[in-house]
Unconditional design. Structure first.
Length: 467
């Protein structure tokens, strides 16, 4: 696995036109946030080249490109570049704090008919700025399983025989309270110094690119404090103080151990997420984002991350279709914005890690945004803090994504483990956005009614806030 190098990527300049560069310089001076990401770009001198689309923010964007191929080797007729999934996402939020995140992820990379391969290539960049402070990083950027000319590559830049070079995870950034923060990263760069494999000298293959910028507005005058008002009573006494835990205004910075194992990543199939925990949110307790958003296609299966009990299944205006899961140790996990639930999502129902609870959507206050799962972790040790006892899920999610403890059977249509025959359980397939488990083939018209508009009623579960 390759970690970031300590030098800035020259190849990133190939992605920027003069117009976008000017716009970037302007955004560095003006208050706000911008983000951009691209999974693959191939620049060929004198030719068109090839690329996956670029995503940019503001106006958050997520792209799932599926497989990507480019060119054809003149000898083997195989694609010059091929991949499995190639995903990219960009998010920029500006409120009292400017936050920008960009991510690109490519799986199963194959270049020059196997001369260069990688299991996964990930580029991530983050920027945050508020009055008097600005910072950012490219944490999470890495290349796993990289092999070049039959040799495993562990770091830095390596020569590719006499025809080119390869550099892994090159990037960085800079910033100050006055200028804000700007940063970028290229996860993998292949440069040809001689003709090779059907491509001319001077060709550059970039895999995984992310760039961000954030600039906070100048600090305004301090707010005027209202004069204290003396409480009126028969003797003019001051009001009694409120007892109990104070409201937590800042996100916890701990990552407590949950259990000895048994967790799985909460979304099955291609997905993309970046660390947005703690970002400004005006519609929830504390005013900050209590989880991470995992972007995935509409209808992607959402899994129970642990064996435990489901509760608070239903709808509210912020989370949309949402539920909570309590594991055996007492840790709580919050899921929001489902497009639909499966029959396993029933209050009080016991589920196993890897069970499908529902499907990715954008219900609630996520309506109109790219489909995603909002996911939170509330460790048992912090339950006493109420809803603000959430911790940053990013570290856990990265571990679960790369090292799943529980296997999961999946394919074009999901079916649970140990199912009878090849048929999935009723209601386990998303048809548009409707649960079809109520359909009965012996009742005329039941299927038509099942795939009609979905009506979801509210519930009375108010034990925990929504998001």
């Amino acid at each position: 696995m390759l970690k970031r190098a300590s030098f800035a990527p020259l190849a990133a300049l190939l992605l920027l036109t003069a117009t976008s560069a000017d716009a970037g310089r302007q955004s560095g001076r003006a208050a706000g946030a911008t983000a951009r990401a691209q999974a693959i770009r191939i620049v060929v001198p004198g030719q068109t080249g090839g690329a996956t689309p670029t995503v940019s923010a503001p106006t958050d964007q997520v792209l799932f490109s599926g497989g990507f191929t480019f060119g054809q080797d003149p000898t083997t007729k195989a694609p010059i570049v091929s991949t499995g999934s190639a995903n990219a996402s960009a998010s920029a939020v500006f409120d009292t704090e400017a936050n920008a995140t960009a991510s690109a992820e490519v799986n199963n990379l194959n270049v020059f008919n196997g001369e260069i391969t990688a299991t996964s290539v990930i580029a991530q960049a983050h920027a945050t700025a508020r009055a008097g402070a600005a910072k950012g990083d490219i944490d999470g950027s890495e290349v796993s399983g990289l092999v070049a000319l039959g040799q495993a590559v562990s770091s830095g830049t390596v020569a590719l025989a006499d025809w080119g070079s390869l550099t892994a995870v090159a990037g960085g950034g800079s910033g100050s309270p006055g200028t804000g923060y700007r940063g970028s990263v290229t996860a993998l760069e292949i440069r040809l110094t001689a003709d090779h494999g059907g491509l001319p000298a001077g060709t550059t293959i970039l895999v995984g690119y992310a760039e961000v910028a954030a600039q906070a507005a100048p600090a305004g005058p301090p707010p005027q404090r209202p004069r204290p008002v003396q409480a009126k009573g028969p003797k003019g006494q001051a009001p009694e103080p409120a007892f109990g835990l104070p409201l937590v205004r800042q996100p916890p910075v701990v990552t407590p151990k949950l259990t000895a194992g048994g967790y799985v990543f909460p979304v099955y199939g291609p997905s993309s997420f970046i660390d947005t925990f703690g970002a400004a949110r005006g519609d929830v307790s504390g005013g900050w984002h209590h989880g991470d958003d995992i972007f995935a296609p509409l209808g992607a299966p959402i899994l129970a991350v642990a064996s435990g009990t489901v509760f608070s299944v239903g709808w509210n205006k912020v989370g949309g279709n949402r539920l909570w899961l309590r594991d055996g140790q007492g840790n709580l996990f919050y899921y929001a914005h489902f497009s639909a639930f499966t029959p396993l999502a029933v209050n009080g129902n016991a589920v196993n890690a890897g069970d499908v609870l529902g499907f990715v959507g954008n219900t609630g206050d996520a309506e109109g945004t790219p489909t995603h799962l909002h996911f939170e972790i509330h460790p048992v040790a912090l339950i006493g803090l109420g809803y603000d006892g959430a911790v940053n899920p990013t570290t856990y999610l990265l571990a679960w994504k790369h090292l799943q403890d529980v296997s999961f059977a999946g394919g074009d249509a999901w079916a649970p483990l140990n199912s009878i025959g090849n048929a999935p359980k009723p209601g386990a397939i998303l048809l548009n956005a409707t649960d079809i488990s109520i359909a009965d083939g012996l009742v005329p018209g039941s299927l038509e009614r099942a795939i009609g508009p979905l009506v979801v009623r509210g519930d009375d579960f108010n034990s925990m806030p929504s998001k």
